[in-house]
Structure formats: C-alpha cells, structure tokens
Design a protein around this ligand. Structure first.
Ligand code: UD1
Ligand code: PEP
Length: 434
C-alpha cells in the first residue's frame, strides 16, 4: 500500500504529455472481440490497471492478448468463451462492455452483475433494454446477467432514457454484427463514442452519426482486425490544466484537444485562467486570483462529471461563492468530506455543494474515494500549507500513468512512498498486472 506526499507551495511550469484515453481504450479493446479474422493492433494505450483488467477479461474469453510499448495486440479469431466472471467485473465495472461484442459475435453473453460503486448505484438497464430490442432474451440470476439470442441479433430502434456512455457503446458493439439497421436515439456524444465508431468502421462496420444524438448502424456479416490509435485522454489533460491553474503556473498540456475540452476551458476562462491553443496542445496560465463560478455536470458537451472533483479543488481556491451541481451520478461528492479534512468549508445540499472561497487549505492525511478524487486531493495538496498525504492509490492507478512523476517534472514537491515506512515506492509496486 502506498501514498502520495505533497508539500504545497510550488508553482508548476513546463510541459506535460497526455496519454491515450482510458475511457476510449476500454471499449475499443472490448470491440476487438468482434473481429473473427486478423489481429487488432491498438496504439497509444496507457499502462493503466484498468487496461490490464480489460486485457485479462478478453484473454479469459479465449483470445491472445499482448501489451507492450503502448500497443495492445489482440487475436480473437478462435471461438470465444462467453462468460465474464465477478473477479473482473468487481475490479472494474467497464468489464460489462464485453457483453455487446459477445452477443453480436456469438449470440450469447454471461457477465457478472456489476453492482454499485463509490459514485452511485450505476444500473445497466439501458444496455439491457437495447439488447432486448435487438431480440436477445435477458435473464438475471445468481449474480449474473445472461443474454442470448436464437440465431443472430436483429436491427432495432432504441431510445435511451439517458445518454449513457456505456449503454451507447455496448449497444453499438452488438448492433454492428446484427442483421439489418439499428437506430439509437438520445445517445451519448462523448469523443470516446466517436473513437469507438471510427474503430468499428475501420473493422468493416457501418456506423454513422457518432458524436450526434442519433447513431445509425447497418449490420454487417463479418469484422476484421485492424490498426487503431486511441485519442488523447481529455480528463487527464483537464486534470493537469487544473493543476497548472491552481498553482498560478504556466504549463503546456501537450496532446490536449481543445474541442474535447470546451466546457472545461469555458469555465476556467470565466475563472480568469488564460488558456491558449498552441496546436500541439493547450497552454494554461493561472492568474494571481481566481474568480468563483457555478458548475453543473452534464453529458458531453456539458461539463464532465470526471472533472468535478478536480474543479472542486480549483473552486476552493477561488474568491467568492461557487456552487457545483452533480447531475450525472447520484453520489459523487465523497471527496468533499476529504477536502473538509484539509480545512475546506463545503455545504452539501442534495445534488449541490456550496463553497465559500478562497480557502486557506491545510495539509492533512486524506483518502482517495475514486480515481478522480485521488487526483483532485493531490492537486489541492499543491497549494495547501504543509504536507498532504493521499492514500488509497489503487484508485489513482486505474486512470493515471506516472501521475506524481509528471507533477514532479513540472516542479511540484511530490513523492510516492510505501504507506508503512514512507520509503520511496518503486515502478513494480505502483501498477500491478491484474
Ligand atoms: C469507462 C467509462 O467510459 N466510464 C465513464 C462512463 O461511465 P458509464 O458508461 O458507466 O456512465 P453512464 O453514462 O452509463 O452513466 C451515467 C448515468 O446514467 C446512469 N445509467 C447508466 C446506464 C444505465 O443503463 N442506466 C442508468 O441509469 C448511471 O447510473 C449514471 O448515473 O461515463 C461516465 C459519464 O460520463 C464517466 O463518468 C465514466 O468515467
Ligand atoms: C468514473 C470513472 O471511471 P469508471 O466508469 O471506469 O468507474 C472515471 O474515469 O472518472
């Protein structure tokens, strides 16, 4: 077990490189199951614990998977097994994304029920509604969801009650090999959906409209392994943008795509942060004092829930009253309690938090409640008085590569140590192959 120790007070400057997007690579690796011929070669893959987990899941389904030097190679040409057990789904909810591919390719899938997690109950009813509309019979029992179709899935019209990212992806993956046309309405428009659609189309699929509210898919008979490079991680980029701004720093976030970050950029600019599109990335220059703003998380292109806790750190440093309203997840304010341990005064009222800033944050021992909270608490530590110790780093490793090293290279006083004796952590102990 390890923790991060940050001493506040350093201004960040320099350049930081963004990795491939966690939330794009997980569905793309799940989609490699659809290729009954050829190898898929996925590039720009970050060495995250979630990537090791999805690789283990698809290996378990009778594929060959190699992961080295940022490239995942998958051969899924053998007959697939159809069961994803609880040991994987428990580690990572996104394991349910293999369900659509398995159903499309084999007509059957058996996946352990994901259950809730620290940010809410996270049901998958919309995924299942899509599979059922395409002809699958869905049964839930003994901790598993089982979906099966006689023959092949058929195209259908599916309206999502909420533009769920995972449901959009899972249904897209099932529909590419279905017979006929599927029309998905009120779908998620996240950049990761577009990346998945691009991958499916390269494989031989016919997906139109990704990135808009309606996606149309003409089913095809067969898909092939192809090469694909994953888009940059907009949430990792946003995390470093906030770190730069809170320290009054000057940082080039290389690889950040401004069009993927428009809501965050708009809000940071309202706060007085200077943001310059430099083509190869985004330069962020923090002002001497930050203005308070209100934030409401929404599906893309609204403000991303995955940036909510980092933004809470930034708003604590801002002058005046700010309100954050979380509309995507029912319970994503667990980190507020940890910020309170650092001296923050935060009122929680239903789905909103109210903060009066600027807060003179104090170093404290805090526990990460999810992966973004791990980053947000470290960021708060960059400006807190004294030492902040962040524990529960298993969450951080799900979504960030070399997080403390990247901050240290920008000038932060930060290290990662063993929890018991505070000796430095080593590469081997940081991320363990699942
Ligand atoms: C691996 C991945 O890409 N994870 C992202 C994905 O998660 P994920 O795909 O799980 O998020 P969804 O968009 O599906 O969930 C959003 C909301 O819809 C609800 N819901 C979802 C599906 C369903 O069938 N029924 C239902 O009620 C969820 O409980 C949640 O309240 O999108 C989230 C919202 O942008 C991000 O925070 C996650 O980082
Ligand atoms: C909530 C997140 O991920 P997941 O859906 O994989 O839990 C996230 O990336 O912030």
């Amino acid at each position: 077990m390890e923790k991060i120790i940050v001493r506040g007070g350093q201004r960040l400057s320099g350049t930081v490189q963004v990795e491939g997007a966690k939330n794009a690579v997980l569905p793309v690796i799940a989609a490699t199951l659809l290729a009954s011929e050829g190898k898929s070669i996925i590039k720009n893959v970050p060495p995250l614990s979630d990537v090791y987990t999805i690789n283990e899941v698809i290996r378990h389904l009778n594929t060959d998977v190699e992961f080295a030097n940022g490239e995942v190679t998958v051969n899924a040409s053998r007959e697939l097994f159809v069961e994803a057990p609880f040991e994987y789904v428990r580690k990572m909810r996104a394991s349910v994304l293999v369900m659509g591919s398995l159903l499309g390719r084999t007509g059957k899938a058996r996946v352990a029920l994901p259950g809730g997690c620290a940010i809410g109950s996270r049901p998958i009813d919309q995924h299942l509604k899509g599979f059922e509309a395409m002809g699958a019979k869905v049964k839930v029992g003994n901790g598993f969801i089982e979906a099966e179709v006689d023959g092949r899935l058929h195209g259908a019209k599916v309206y999502l009650d909420f533009p769920s990212v995972g449901a959009t992806e899972n249904i897209m993956m099932a529909a590419v090999l279905a017979e006929g046309t599927t029309i998905l309405e009120n779908v998620a428009k996240e950049p990761e959906i577009v990346d998945l659609a691009n991958f499916l189309n390269k494989m031989g699929g016919n997906v139109v409209g990704a990135g808009t509210g309606t996606i149309r898919i003409e089913g095809v008979d067969r898909l092939y392994g192809v090469e694909h490079s994953i888009i940059p991680d907009r949430i990792e980029a946003g995390t470093f943008m906030v770190a730069a701004a809170i320290t009054k720093g000057d940082v080039l976030v290389k690889g950040a795509i401004p069009e993927h970050l428009s809501s965050l950029i708009a809000k940071m600019e309202e706060m007085g942060v200077k943001i310059i599109d430099e083509g190869e990335g985004v330069r962020v220059i923090g002002p001497d004092s930050l203005k308070s703003v209100d934030i409401k998380t929404m599906p893309h292109p609204g403000f991303p829930t995955d940036m909510q806790s980092q933004m809470m750190a930034l708003l604590l440093a801002a002058d005046g009253t700010s309100v954050i309203t979380e509309t995507v997840f029912e319970n994503r304010f667990m980190h507020a309690e940890e910020f309170r341990r650092m001296g923050a005064e935060i009122k929680i009222e239903g789905r909103s938090v109210i903060m009066d800033g600027p807060t003179a944050l104090q170093g404290a021992e805090v526990a990460a409640t999810d992966l973004r909270a791990a980053a947000a608490l470290s960021i708060a530590g960059l400006v807190a008085d004294g030492y902040t110790r962040v524990t529960e780093l298993k969450h951080l490793d799900r979504g960030y590569v070399n997080f403390h090293q990247k901050l240290a290279a920008l000038g932060a006083d930060i290290e990662r140590v063993n929890e018991a004796d505070e000796t430095p952590a080593t590469e081997e102990t940081m991320i363990k192959d699942a």
